[in-house]
Design a protein around this ligand. Structure first.
Ligand SMILES: Cc1ncc(COP(=O)(O)O)c(C=O)c1O
Length: 400
């Protein structure tokens, strides 16, 4: 990766290797500067003031909405700012799921889901009497169309699946799944938290009903997320949160709401973060998602090739479609292994990655996860491989 890109990320240091992008990405200077600019210069609320700083802040906030909309080929009023993927999905689960589902209805999910997608729908199922149906995964842990068709039926009302698994890195065929879903008059809610930073997401082409993602996994700040929803859904959904700025008229007995998306943005929003997110998208677009993906996949293939030569390692996704590689050092619990990497200043993730069901599917308690992205290098992988070999020797020597 060229020096210019590395220098855009002040978090990158010589003796520190960051392989945890699936948890949160690094943030380029342009994003940090935009957030600082808001705090240092503008520091005003949106939609409420007539003074210069407030008008300018509103302009930047709404410009960011328009940049997000173009990025996924949506219309501006189909973009709702939230706190993150988790909030976006909860909004749909509460405002659509709890209102529209009834006993006998079915919600399709999978064991691949992050808890942010699974738990809101489990809650909807419990509260409404609807039934959760799991798409059976194939032996690699993939969702196939054939298996999806087996659980889809006339009772299906919601399909809630991830676009890319945060543990196995597989890209699901959301376009085909959406087509099949609509043939049953059901809706599809897509968790795109691990897709948006790797591949082009076009909501018109995919024809999905709702799609959620987080700013902080795509070079943006923490605390801001997006819910895309088709206008015809957003127009009729009731908000989940009530408060300032989302109301049109307030009376003692009845009140009315602004049109979407503002009716879903109650209270003071993460303004600095939204402004920073715009810069993150501009950065991704300037680099080009195709370039980013092909660079990450080259690194992934190199990593997968090198790690497969080491004895005593189990890789759970040798055919990942993104930069995510999940593995264990045989007979060493992930929580012990991670301390070795941490001491060597290599940032990986260990645990269940908020996706317990896929660990049950793999028949393991926890795992180690490396994510490589466009700001990582081959040299970092070489160092990681070296440390992995040392770790295996060390753990053997202390009796694991
Ligand atoms: C696939 C997936 N969905 C949802 C989330 C939740 O994102 P957030 O914590 O930003 O709401 C994550 C984050 O790890 C994820 O990887």
């Amino acid at each position: 990766m060229n020096k210019k890109i590395i220098s855009d990320f002040p978090q990158i240091k010589n003796d520190y290797i960051y392989f945890d992008t699936a948890a949160t990405s690094l943030k380029p200077k342009a994003v940090i500067e935009a957030v600082n600019m808001y705090n240092e210069i503008l520091s005003a609320n949106i939609h409420r003031g007539m003074y210069f700083n407030s008008v300018k802040t509103t302009e930047l906030y709404e410009e960011a909405r328009s940049v997000v909309a173009k990025f996924i080929n949506a219309k501006e009023d189909e973009i709702v700012f939230t706190r993150g993927t988790t909030s976006s999905i909860n909004l749909v689960a509460y405002s659509y799921g709890l209102v529209n589902l009834k006993p006998g209805d079915e919600i399709i999910v999978s064991e691949q889901e992050h808890h942010s997608q699974f738990l809101p729908w489990q809650n909807v199922a419990k509260k409404t009497g609807a039934k959760l149906r799991f798409v059976e995964l194939n032996s690699e842990g993939k969702i196939t169309i054939e298996m999806f068709k087996k659980v889809l039926n006339d009772k299906t009302k919601v399909v809630a699946l991830n676009y890319v698994s945060n543990v196995l890195g597989y890209i699901n065929d959301i376009k085909e799944i959406a087509q099949l879903t609509h043939q049953k008059n059901a809706i599809i809610v897509v968790d795109a938290a691990q897709a948006i930073q790797h591949i082009k997401v076009d909501v018109v082409d995919l024809d999905v009903d709702f799609l959620a993602f987080s700013g902080h996994k795509m070079l943006g700040p923490t605390g801001v997320g997006i819910l895309y929803g088709k206008s015809r859904h957003l127009d009729i959904l009731e908000p989940m949160e009530f408060g300032g700025d989302m109301n049109e008229d307030v009376e003692k007995t009845e009140s009315t709401w602004k049109k979407s998306p503002l009716k879903f943005e109650a209270g003071t929003m993460p303004i600095a973060e939204v402004i920073g997110l715009k810069e993150a998208i501009t950065y991704l677009e300037n680099l080009g998602l195709e370039n980013i993906h092909s660079y990450s996949m080259n690194l992934y293939q190199y990593l997968q090739n090198e790690i497969s030569k080491i004895e005593g390692i189990t890789v759970y996704n040798p055919n990942s479609d993104t930069g995510i590689l999940t593995y264990n050092i045989d007979s060493v619990p992930a929580h012990d292994a991670i301390t070795y990497y941490a001491e060597k200043n290599i940032a990986l993730r260990s645990g269940q990655h908020c996706a317990k069901l896929i660990h049950d599917f793999l028949n393991i308690h926890s795992s180690l996860r490396v994510t490589v992205y466009f700001y990582n290098t081959k040299e970092e992988i070489d160092r990681f491989i070296e440390v992995t070999k040392e770790a295996i020797k060390y753990f053997k020597s202390v009796g694991f």
